[in-house]
Design a protein around this ligand. Structure first.
Ligand code: PBG
Length: 333
């Protein structure tokens, strides 16, 4: 429905912008701390709990550091934290079996946070890249990233995370069939309320570079991820992926990266009306933090405007490395 717009001067669209109070009343979309999911990097490798050079202001943390981070996030009102492990290159294998060990760093951190900060939701990542000698999200056999064998491994990984106490499983691997396989193993093991936030429309993006430094996968990765992640030139395909993942049992869906793909967020929300999230990924963080650090962009406005854009595009929430800082800025506003 188009509003009726009588000609000037009856209509002066600036009237509703003429004071802060009127601007507040007329504001269509708002960002709240309740829309934020905070991704953190965890490690048990001695000496690795340092700042990630390509992500200024973001450091890997130990198990104790992760518990402190969860306490801080809960104190700020952030509803969920998301865990990404940095692993020792020496423990990476072709078969990635540490991915489903109950005692890997992710599963230990899940149990520690659950014990200390039960109110915060814990999201995990399901993909083999932190444990894979090839740096890929899937198992590599004769140079091919094999789908069905990878799904079997991912199901073991997801079940181990659910057993440790994860609330939200985040399959980020882009294999076909993994949502249905995960949902059936969760049901079969009485994890009825464990949710799945599917990285449904995940593009083969250059913007993941700093993340791969953070999890130690940059050096390992052989080739690219274009046989499983999406072609940046597509958006109809994103709708097919979302429809497929919802039909297999995803509770929520994600578009990733975020800012370069806001059109996809809008299309997904309009087509399905389901809980829709975007990931403001490491490269977006690096761009913004780099410009802020150089004094080229103003810190507060950059963080809040970049995040509000996701709400306007139709997202219910956003994964962002700026989460604690955004929470503080929103509390001050
Ligand atoms: C791993 C994974 C990636 C990200 C989240 N999970 C990297 C990749 O697919 O190579 C990227 C997150 C970011 O860049 O912040 N499957």
């Amino acid at each position: 429905m188009q509003p009726i717009i009588p000609p000037f001067p009856v209509t002066r669209l600036r009237r509703m912008r003429s004071s802060g109070a009127l601007r507040d009343l007329a504001q269509e979309h708002r960002l709240s701390v309740k829309d934020l999911i905070w991704p953190i990097f965890i490690t048990d490798v001695p000496g690795a709990d340092v700042e990630v050079p390509s992500m200024p202001g973001v450091s890997r943390v130990t198990l104790e550091g992760a518990v402190r981070a969860a306490e801080m996030a809960a104190g700020l009102g952030i509803p969920a934290i998301c865990l990404f492990p940095y692993t020792d290159p020496a423990v990476k294998t072709e078969s990635c079996e540490i991915a489903w060990s109950p005692d890997n760093i992710t599963n230990r951190v899940i149990r520690a946070i659950k014990a200390a900060v039960p109110e915060i939701a814990i999201m995990t990542d399901i993909a083999l890249d932190p444990y894979n000698i090839n740096g890929h999200d899937g198992l590599v056999v004769n140079g091919e990233i094999v789908n069905d064998e990878t799904v079997e491994a991912l199901v073991k990984m997801g079940l181990a995370q659910a057993e440790a106490g994860a609330d939200i499983l985040g399959p980020s691997d882009m294999m076909d069939g993994r949502i249905g396989a995960l949902r059936s193993v969760l049901e079969a093991n009485e994890h009825r309320n464990v949710t799945i936030l599917s990285y449904a429309a995940k593009y083969a993006s250059v913007f993941y570079g700093p993340f791969r430094d953070a999890v130690g996968a940059s050096g390992a990765l052989k080739g690219d991820k274009k046989t499983y992640q999406m072609n940046p030139g597509n958006s109809d395909e994103a709708l097919r992926l979302v429809a497929r993942d919802l039909s297999e049992g995803a509770d929520m869906v994600m578009v990733k990266p975020g800012m370069p793909y806001l059109d996809v967020c809008r299309r997904v929300k309009e087509a399905f009306g389901v809980p829709t999230y975007a990931y403001q990924v490491s490269g977006e963080y690096a761009m913004l933090a780099g410009a802020i650090g150089n004094g080229w962009l103003k810190r507060e406005g950059t963080i809040l405007e970049s995040l509000l854009a996701f709400r306007r595009a139709g997202c219910d929430g956003v994964l962002t490395y700026f989460a604690p800082e955004a929470a503080r800025l929103l509390a001050e506003a």
